[in-house]
Design a protein around this ligand. Structure first.
Ligand SMILES: [Zn+2]
Length: 146
């Protein structure tokens, strides 16, 4: 992938997630990885960073490789997925905090301006990242993501 110039926020969007331990999270990520492998015939999970319910960051696809997370918009686009279904639940406080850290970190590292941070539904027809996370992203934007 070329230089990252945008970041897109996702939810997982499967069943609601209530576990926050490492073992269950690792199993869930493995299931996502397998579904991505089948669907995309890609080399790895489609997201670059995953944030679990405890606010831990999990490395997905290497940031030097193009992701597979937004149809037609994967070039130069870092994919951040927050674990859960935010049409059915809210992110945890730890997830909100970690998401802000991850976004600021990526924005700083790759010089991505706030207008380069999208949610999935802003780039394509989907409800991702769910109602609760979408409204949180609007809130973060009003504060300039800072
Ligand atoms: Zn998405």
């Amino acid at each position: 992938m070329g230089r990252i110039n945008k970041i897109t926020v996702h939810h997982e969007g499967w069943t609601a997630v209530h576990f926050n331990d490492r073992t269950s999270t690792a199993e869930r990520l493995e299931a996502i990885r397998n579904s991505h492998l089948q669907r995309l015939s890609a080399g790895d999970i489609g997201y670059h960073v995953v944030i679990d319910r405890a606010g831990r960051r999990w490395a997905g696809r290497d940031l030097r490789s193009q992701g597979a997370h937004v149809r037609g918009h994967n070039e130069n686009n870092a994919g951040v997925m927050v674990l859960g279904n935010f049409n059915r639940q809210k992110p945890t406080r730890q997830q909100y905090a970690a998401l802000q850290d991850v976004l600021l970190d990526l924005m700083g590292r790759y010089q991505v301006p706030a207008r380069g941070v999208f949610t999935h539904q802003e780039l394509g027809p989907t409800t991702c990242p769910g109602t609760t996370l979408q409204s949180h992203m609007m809130f973060l934007r009003r504060r300039g993501l800072g």
